[in-house]
Design a protein around this ligand. Sequence first.
Ligand SMILES: Cc1cc2nc3c(=O)[nH]c(=O)nc-3n(C[C@H](O)[C@H](O)[C@H](O)COP(=O)(O)O)c2cc1C
Length: 342
Amino acid sequence: MALHTSLPWAKTPLIINAPMGGFAGGALATAVTEAGGLGMIGAVDDMEALDGHLSKVEARLDRVNGLLPIGVGMLPFITKLDAAVSVLQKHRPAVVWFFAARELDHYAEWAERVREALPHSQIWIQVGSVDAALQVAETAKPDAICVQGSDAGGHGYEKGAGIISLVPEVIDAFSARSHHISVVAAGGIVDGRGVAAALSLGAQGVVVGTRFLAAKETRVHPVYQKAVLAASDGGQSTTRSKLFDNLRGPNPWPLAYDGRSLVVESFLEHERGVDIEEIRRKHNEALKGPDAGFGEGGKDGRAAIWAGTGVGMVKEVQPAGEIVEEMRSEAAKVLASVSARL
Ligand SMILES: Cc1cc2nc3c(=O)[nH]c(=O)nc-3n(C[C@H](O)[C@H](O)[C@H](O)COP(=O)(O)O)c2cc1C
């Protein structure tokens, strides 16, 4: 079954907002689903907060086949499984997404527990390599895999490839082993051209984070959002580094991961060889300030400003529903114009 038909409210091409922990709450998920996309909430470790976001969605959206027509993203390396399952069971979202287990094998345990509690919900897992996609396909048997390329904002595999090679290689590997798992693409997709490209690579939908940092419904500090709008030339203005996870204290993330952020003062000091203790001290002090460590939204900030390489094309704040509709209609136009040029 095509992925979008398993989400009966969804329109094609399927646009999914990334479950950005702390940023993507009930308001964003509701708006994206209302526009015919798959709205996602990003959970971290606060299950009470997640419960609150899901209750907000429940007040706004009707259930579809008994399920709440949104997804919830979980981070197995930090989220407590029992607490997560009880909130999920209470609200029954259509999709439960996992990203960043400490070991790839852990996804199978999460998938089993969530399937037991929510037998009608889909399980999606985001990975960043062909090997991981295959291992997870065999052990956790998800309904969909999100193939995350190295252009993605926020966390991802330290060693990576862009979606232009990663997505088709995963699709070929699945088809060689007869795995019937849908593939969606993430990383650097910010407009209809990116959507059209991902569809051409074989993806059944796109997961978009950075563009939604400029959505009205996203929970983002105004200086953070200003920095996203001002940034250009994402390959230069952003960087992948483990430094960002070492800023608050010792890095809690699994070894395979780093994160992509705008280049900020903490990173520049790290490059100049300043000691991590010194960088941390200044960072944690800056977090207490009125700008929450983001400075004036330029390189002067000390806190990470997670964003992908597509950041240079994000130029205005819009309602999330408008972003979804724009990306969908632009993609259709691009694909028609490309086929007319052949
Ligand atoms: C600010 C931000 C926070 C993110 N937080 C999460 C998260 O909590 N869980 C998750 O699975 N992915 C998270 N991601 C990664 C996204 O799932 C996705 O792979 C990425 O946003 C896609 O690339 P793009 O930002 O270029 O669109 C985050 C991304 C950003 C930009």
